[in-house]
Design a protein around this ligand. Structure first.
Ligand code: ADE
Length: 250
């Protein structure tokens, strides 16, 4: 999986994603992360990329030109890597078109569809993802109409920019890429699988400040452990996220 982030703050996303599991996944070659600075594609020598909104109003709007050129730059790099032409058509040795796929461009915005685990699973199947991060009052609508394929929000609140949301989305997708997590089975049993929250977990010591690990987990009886965990999952979901149980019924 190759992530390409169009941003005014490349160091913010690169610093955030270069540690922990995503950092290790980059080092091991399971994913790549490339942050492109939209300011590098400014028209003027001052590197200005925003301007006043037509029609008036508060704040500044990111201009379409720098965003479009940054996008073209990323698309060219993808074509170079995959050996495809300008229309992103991969050409095999007998000149047959073997692929015709433009990369998905995800605009991080509170106006988007709210991101969840099933969207992460769907996006994890892509080879390349371009994430576009806005700032100020947003981005000129014309370039959004031209390049954006998906609008994604990470929740109903407004952040100062799309960088943290892009990092959230990249983290959630990366851990689904084969090889990134060492234990392949875990994704099947974790929170949100089957619209259930995960059961509680315990490790040593057996007793901590007077609180004991539930006996069933020490019993070695796998069927009973499985049943207990399922019951805990249901109970927990009922208490904390009853909305998920409604979805299960659908
Ligand atoms: N940009 C600002 N707020 C956002 C949010 N909640 N989700 C995605 N992008 C955003």
């Amino acid at each position: 999986m190759h992530f390409h982030i169009l941003t005014l703050f490349p160091e913010m996303v690169m610093n955030g994603l270069s540690t922990s599991i995503t950092g290790r996944a980059v080092k091991n070659g399971h994913i790549s992360i490339d942050a492109v600075n939209i300011r590098d594609f400014a028209e003027n020598k001052h590197g200005q990329v925003d301007d006043y909104p037509y029609g008036g109003g508060a704040g500044m709007v990111m201009q379409p030109g720098p965003v479009y050129r940054a996008y073209e730059h990323v698309k060219d790099n993808i074509s170079l890597r995959t050996g495809s032409d300008d229309n992103n058509q991969a050409i095999d040795t007998s000149d047959n078109v073997i692929e015709n796929k433009k990369p998905r461009v995800i605009y991080m915005t509170p106006q988007g569809k709210v991101f969840n685990q099933s969207i992460a699973e769907e996006l994890a199947k892509e080879e390349d993802l371009i994430l576009l991060c806005g700032h100020y009052e947003g981005i000129d609508e014309r370039v959004l109409e031209m390049i954006v394929t998906d609008h994604l929000s990470i929740g109903d609140y407004v952040l100062t920019g799309g960088e943290l949301p892009a990092m959230v989305v990249i983290d959630a997708i990366s851990r689904l890429v084969p090889g990134v997590l060492h234990n392949d089975v875990s994704a099947e049993f974790e929170t949100f699988h089957d619209n259930l929250l995960e059961h509680p977990q315990y490790t040593r010591p057996e007793e901590f400040m007077g609180k004991r690990v539930p006996d069933v987990l020490l019993s070695g009886h796998h069927k009973n452990i499985e049943a207990w965990r399922k019951e805990q999952s249901l109970q927990r979901t009922k208490e904390r996220r009853p909305d998920l149980l409604e979805k299960r019924g659908q």
